[in-house]
Write a protein of this length. Sequence first.
Length: 365
Amino acid sequence: MIEKLMYLPIVRIQREGLLLLALLIWSGFIPQAACAQEEEQLIPACIGFYNLENLFDTIDSPDTDDAEFLPQGPKLWGSERYLRKLNKMAKVISDLGKDVHPEGVHVLGLAEVENRSVLEDLVKAPPIASRGYRVVHDDSPDRRGVDVGLIYDPRFFTLLGHTSYRLSNPKDTAFRTRDQLLVKGILGEDTLHIIVAHWPSRRGGEKRSQPLRMLAGQLGRHIVDSLLLLDRNARIVYMGDLNDDPVDKSVVGGLMTTGKREQAAGRVLYDPMVPLFNKGIGSGAWRDSWNLFDQVIVSPAFLNDSTRSFRYYGARVFNEPYLRQKDGSFMGYPSRTFVGNTYQNGYSDHFPVYVILVRPAEPRK
């Protein structure tokens, strides 16, 4: 009988089918012997990313262009709508990764948050308040005032430190956008380096704005290379709303990724979103086509099955029915908070994405 243990998540791997079956062994309900015949016992973890679509508070910030998200602004962004938005975002986060682990997502990168205050309000929202998520955030110079950030469950992830990297444009000294946030911490017994990014948008046209995303990809490449220089087996997770698909030049060439596991080695990162994209699965839709701008990318160290550390198992887009538009010309698209200035009482114009990591249940020798 298991004593003083809330749960022991176990994953059964069937080698030829790669079937993931999460079995939760609750205290006293299922003895450990019941799983003695499993081929391999694995402990899962979930790391994800979610663009929250303009999580602004209702207070005017003179240094940013937040006029539309004020009570007197065109969106009539008052306390009631703000609190409703917080609870909706928290509801999604509470469900995210529950198919992998009973406590849901362990670490979650976030985009389009106005400041640290809105993240502090988010983690206190009723659907996730009991999890005790903690916040990592730095202000960035984006003109609209949106930043990236990260929340983590301290029961599973220990924060060691963080820093931010600024993206500059040599051809435009007035250019301002989101910083890329590097967070270092421990998951299980593994040191992880998690980079959260929100690359420049396609405003002005995809081709015209593409050089800016190439610069963002190259900045990400610089951060990754600096980590690999210190440790060639560094466990790095690069995540964000890249405003480009997994097969676009800025991702494949700028960040240097591949969608083929056998080609992910040395400096080349593995992008598990490529197979999903090739199947037509997206995290957002525009003009009757799906994009997979939201990505979680991992370093080759996560593909090594011979270690006792966490390794990559799978990737998913969280596109549950309640997150989709139910009718009209945009049926099936992400259910948004606003369309223009028309309040839709939805969630976000992006679906969240996450990766599944697993490690052997047996202690290291």
